[in-house]
Design a binder for this molecule. Structure first.
Ligand SMILES: [Zn+2]
Length: 410
């Protein structure tokens, strides 16, 4: 393929990647019915339903603006050859190719972060605040940013250095060598998530003795699940939205409940939420999820290997000679449709796992308390009651509320 037709191909993919999600979002916001389903009558009022609808519309408009901005900017960068211009400018300093590549990505990262800052700010302090979700102060917002920068610099920068070094010095073998490193890293992050990453942003405290803890432990003992650590996380520092999650394997496994969850649910419902999380563990979903992610990374790295040494890709992006960073940028655009298909597959698997974890909670504890907990969670977070099936198919990692309730209360 000539470099010129490659440029057109990239533009075509970019247009598709911009329009497709917007169409699905449009279908999603346009289709909701305005009546409260009987199953939610005790939880949801017509006013609340309208509020949820308005929250989704605000998010839809916001998404439309941010994605249009990114889309237009990228189109300009491609058609004007700006990616190539930056690459040539850095090349002019006379550093080594490895350092050039590092500088290129450093620059792209800083520029895109500065550009997205006003959007992040607006989403947190205008949209989320309007619906009473935002609890983040300006100080927390910026300290979060700073910690994230430091993490990106140390961890992301380190990984990027290894990655680029392998490409520059190991040639076509780089993909499987980096695949091994990336896989080890992914497992480490998963195991150490609650121990290393969460404490940078939040405070974890062991769940206090009392009725809730007794009931949780009683249930865990009943299903033979040795739980050493149940933590409460101060999620309320940032958002009123509630959540619970689980991380780690073997002896390292930890359950984390948001303080907002503890406040909003009676003990029975909390046990049901824990039962759902234990369901994920017992059905080996965490291991499957990890395996699928590792395979996905392997496939992407292998395909990158087919593009990263192509001179035409560099020329298509306005470069004058073969350039590794230009080819990596080109690769991420070229394979966006494939990433989308993989994302759909991952979401499908995740929804299947959610049903299985619900079924586990129903079998071992009862469907009613979990159904009740899900109703409260969905209503409080203003989630969509009647989502569009196509939107669900592509984007939902969890099945729609009504489908889950139907199975739980069957
Ligand atoms: Zn789940």
């Amino acid at each position: 393929m000539t470099s010129e037709s490659l440029t057109y191909l990239l533009l075509g993919i970019l247009i598709f990647g911009f329009l497709m999600p917007r169409i699905l979002e449009y279908l999603q916001v346009s289709m909701q019915q305005q009546t409260v389903p009987p199953i939610l009558a005790d939880y949801l009022t017509d006013t609340k339903l309208l509020e949820a609808k308005s929250y989704q519309k605000d998010n839809f408009k916001f998404k439309l603006i941010t994605s249009s901005f990114t889309f237009l900017l990228t189109v300009f960068f491609i058609t004007q050859g700006w990616f190539g211009a930056i690459d040539s400018w850095i090349g002019g300093f006379g550093f080594s190719p490895l350092l050039d590549s590092l500088l290129f990505f450093g620059l792209v990262f800083i520029a895109s972060d500065i550009l997205s800052l006003p959007f992040d700010y607006y989403s947190t302090f205008v949209i989320e605040a309007k619906y009473g979700f935002n609890k983040t102060t300006l100080a927390t917002f910026f300290s979060d940013k700073m910690i994230a920068y430091l993490l990106s610099l140390l961890v992301g920068g380190g990984l990027l250095l290894i990655f680029l070094w392998l490409i520059h010095f190991m040639g076509p073998n780089f993909w499987w060598q980096f695949w091994i490193i990336a896989s080890v890293f992914m497992v480490l992050v998963n195991v150490g998530y609650t121990a290393w990453i969460i404490p940078l942003f939040n405070t974890l405290t062991p769940l206090a003795e009392g009725e809730v803890r007794d009931k949780l432990l009683q249930y865990a003992a009943k299903v033979n699940f040795s739980v050493k650590h149940i933590f409460v996380m101060d999620g309320s520092r940032r958002s009123a939205k509630a959540n619970a999650f689980f991380s780690g394997f073997g002896k390292q496994k930890k359950v984390v409940l948001y303080d907002t969850l503890l406040e909003q649910h009676p003990p029975e419902e909390l046990v049901a939420v824990l039962a759902h999380e234990i369901g994920h563990y017992k059905k080996k979903h965490l291991k499957w999820g990890m395996l699928v992610s590792v395979l996905e990374v392997g496939i992407l790295l292998f395909l990158l290997g087919q593009v990263v040494f192509s001179e035409n890709m560099s020329l298509a992006l306005g470069g004058t000679t073969l350039s590794v960073p230009l080819n990596i940028i080109g690769f991420t655009m070229l394979f966006a449709p494939l990433s989308m298909v993989m994302g759909i597959g991952m979401n499908w698997l995740s929804r299947k796992h959610e049903f299985e974890a619900d079924a586990y909670a129903k079998e071992t504890f009862g469907g009613k308390p979990l159904a009740e907990a899900l109703k409260t969670l969905s209503v409080k977070s203003l989630s969509t009651i009647h989502p569009h099936p196509w939107y669900v198919f592509v984007n939902y990692s969890h099945p729609p509320l009504l489908e889950r309730l139907e199975r739980l209360e069957r």
